[in-house]
Design a binder for this molecule. Structure first.
Ligand code: FAD
Length: 401
């Protein structure tokens, strides 16, 4: 695309490259915003007619927050975020506190706050910041073609779109991943089921400004504050894949899995709305090293699918977006070269996040019962220093420090 710009008394021609962004999730929208801010033209195509995010909420750790700040969303994000000032682990059965500490040292070290936010509100923020009316909903990509100077996406309604390059942010079930890798990759079941939702804050369950987690038997029950006087809650239970699920029995199922657990856990189960509680079988994908083929770049879960055990999947997608825009603007050897530089900066970082999450997942969910018992015992000795050091390390590995 060629635009005429009026310069200092002269007319100059500038080529504006056009990105086709596939997927209007966290990754696709962050990428579209980052690319537009960097001067690219974008068109976003989304398969569904209406966005219904999987999961009730998401914790955006400071590495993700810094990326959204860089996209100009600082104040809006802060308004959506809960005030998570403390972190605590409680024994699931007795309810007694194993450890409790302030998150302030983390905030001081990394220079930003973590923000748990309702997922639908984050999604709406990203979409509205871009312009909801500009997104082409109901456009499912079925095929991609590349040629010397561009890329074409074909949709299931028979239509097509052209661009100079493509950002494939089509999620963990990505169809474009096959085009990039030349092979199919299987998702790996992580061994546990997660139920999540939102409830009104009740301090007889947990303190309002605390990330509280009850642990025992390789299970966990967790609560984080989001704005609007709500807790984001989730329950994790190690279970085989493919069990029948029925909204009508969610509460009874949870009462069964958490029989004998402390009163706050029972109160939480009683207070949840089964109709809006999500059930997810947790998966990840073995990390791979190719995110780019020619003019097509994978981004977000399409490139690296992780278990949510360190809360970094969405944050990593935001990081991808910022790095993609940075590498494309900082270099002048063409789109394909810029995309490869994006890949070079993202492969190791995201492999590290996926494998860290997998390790945390296995310890939390008693893949080896002895290791998990040792972790529970260690929590009684935890002052916060070790936990926060690990979190700071993860956060500071992001592109914005
Ligand atoms: P998605 O959000 O999956 O978006 C992909 C989009 O592409 C969708 O809108 C989809 O409809 C569209 N699409 C798919 N196929 C096509 C196609 N062929 N054509 C066009 N469009 C298509 N991350 C965190 O950072 N912190 C957390 O606390 C956290 N908690 C989580 C808890 C749970 C239970 C789960 C499951 C995940 C959690 N994550 C968390 C991870 C996070 O949700 C994902 O990493 C993030 O949503 C990925 O965003 P994405 O845009 O890459 O993919």
């Amino acid at each position: 695309m060629v635009q005429k710009l009026q310069g200092l008394g002269c007319t100059v021609k500038e080529t504006v490259m056009k990105a086709i962004v596939i997927g209007a999730g966290i990754g696709g929208m962050s990428a579209a915003l980052a690319l537009e801010k960097a001067g690219f033209s974008t068109a976003v195509y989304e398969a569904v007619k209406e966005m219904k995010p999987v999961g009730a909420a998401i914790s955006i750790w400071p590495n993700g927050v810094k990326c959204l700040n860089a996209l100009g969303l600082k104040a809006q994000l802060r308004a959506l975020g809960g005030n998570m000032a403390f972190m605590a682990y409680n024994d699931g059965h007795s309810g007694s506190t194993l450890t409790r500490f302030s998150l302030s040292p983390l905030v001081q070290q990394v220079g930003e706050y973590p923000y748990p936010v309702a997922r639908a509100e984050l999604q709406a923020l990203l979409i509205d910041s871009y312009g909801r009316e500009r997104i082409r909903f109901g456009k499912r990509v079925v095929r991609v073609e590349q040629h010397a100077s561009g890329v074409t996406a074909w949709f299931d309604d028979g239509s097509q779109a052209e661009g100079d390059f493509m950002v494939a942010a089509d999620g963990t079930h990505s169809v474009i991943r096959h085009h990039v890798l030349g092979e199919h990759v299987e998702r790996r079941y992580a061994g546990y089921v997660n139920w999540n939702g939102l409830v009104t804050i009740d301090e007889s369950i947990a303190p309002a400004e605390q990330w509280t987690t009850f642990v025992g038997e390789g299970k966990r029950v967790s609560l984080m504050p989001v704005s609007g006087n709500r807790f984001y809650f989730f329950f994790d239970v190690p279970l085989p894949k493919g069990l029948a699920q029925d909204r009508a029995t969610v509460k009874d199922d949870l009462r069964g899995y958490f029989a004998g657990w402390a009163e706050p856990v029972q109160r939480l189960i009683a207070s949840i709305d089964a109709q809006t509680t999500n059930r997810v079988e947790i998966h990840d994908i073995e990390p791979f090293s190719r995110f780019v083929r020619g003019r097509v770049a994978l981004l977000g879960d399409a490139a690296h699918s992780t278990t949510p055990d360190i809360g970094q999947g969405g944050c990593a997608a935001m990081e991808d977006a910022v790095v993609l825009a940075q590498t494309l603007t900082a270099h002048s050897l063409g789109i394909e070269d810029g995309l490869l530089r994006y890949e070079a900066r993202r492969v190791e970082r995201t492999r590290d996040l996926v494998l860290k999450a997998r390790k945390r997942c296995d310890v939390t969910h008693a893949k080896d019962a002895a290791v998990t018992a040792e972790w529970y015992a260690g929590l009684k000795e935890e002052t916060g220093e070790r936990v926060l050091a690990g979190m700071c390390d993860t956060i500071e590995g992001g592109p914005l420090g």
